[in-house]
Design a protein around this ligand. Structure first.
Ligand SMILES: C=C(O[C@@H]1C=C(C(=O)O)C=C[C@H]1O)C(=O)O
Length: 181
């Protein structure tokens, strides 16, 4: 049984620091536009499966990723499925604010986050960071639960801003993702 939120603590590196990536890995990890759109272009059927959405209080160190003012986020954990295959595990931290800004992002259900945020020309994204998740990372319990082969995985994360609403999106490419082929 998987426990959520899944820890994604890892050695996050800037794209300039990370080495040993293939061209396919760079293409997917450094994709600046919507990953949803890219996945849709590579598959016949795309779907989001919501694994968990729960309010979580951030630790001090986690708060530094967003802002000291943010103590609670809605942690949204999903699988992105292409032709019924789970290709990406995504974890998004959507701040819960007193004036409830951007509550549209808190009620997405099976709608892909990317389909909403990339429509807004005001969207900004900080530099993408990359991490490797080895065979012993807690994330591998999800891989086993999905009956996917155990292998070292690659993931990316960045902080988005919509006007003054900042949120973090992490995406881990699961075994079978195109970038590993
Ligand atoms: C940020 C995007 O949205 C995607 C969809 C997500 C969701 O629905 O929870 C989460 C991460 C992304 O892979 C994107 O398409 O780039």
């Amino acid at each position: 049984m998987i426990t959520f939120p899944l820890s994604l603590s890892a050695d996050w590196q800037s794209t300039a620091q990370v080495t040993g990536l293939s061209n396919a890995e760079k293409e997917w990890l450094f994709e600046p536009h919507s990953l949803t759109a890219k996945l849709k272009s590579q598959s016949q059927r795309f779907a989001v499966k919501v694994l968990s959405e729960q309010k979580v209080d951030l630790s001090q160190s986690q708060q530094t990723l967003l802002s000291e003012q943010v103590s609670t986020v809605l942690n949204r954990e999903v699988l992105l499925l292409c032709d019924e295959q789970p290709i990406v595990y995504a974890q998004s931290w959507l701040p819960v604010t007193s004036n409830n800004t951007n509550n549209q992002l808190h009620n997405m259900g099976e709608r892909p986050l990317g389909d909403v945020i990339f429509q807004d020309p005001a969207l900004r994204r900080t530099d993408i960071e990359i991490a490797r998740f080895d065979d012993n990372h807690p994330l591998q319990s999800l891989v086993s639960e999905l009956n996917l082969p155990n292998r070292s995985l690659l993931g990316r994360r960045s902080v988005f801003s919509l006007h003054n609403y900042k949120f973090l999106v992490c995406e881990v490419f699961l075994p079978g993702a195109y970038l590993y082929s």
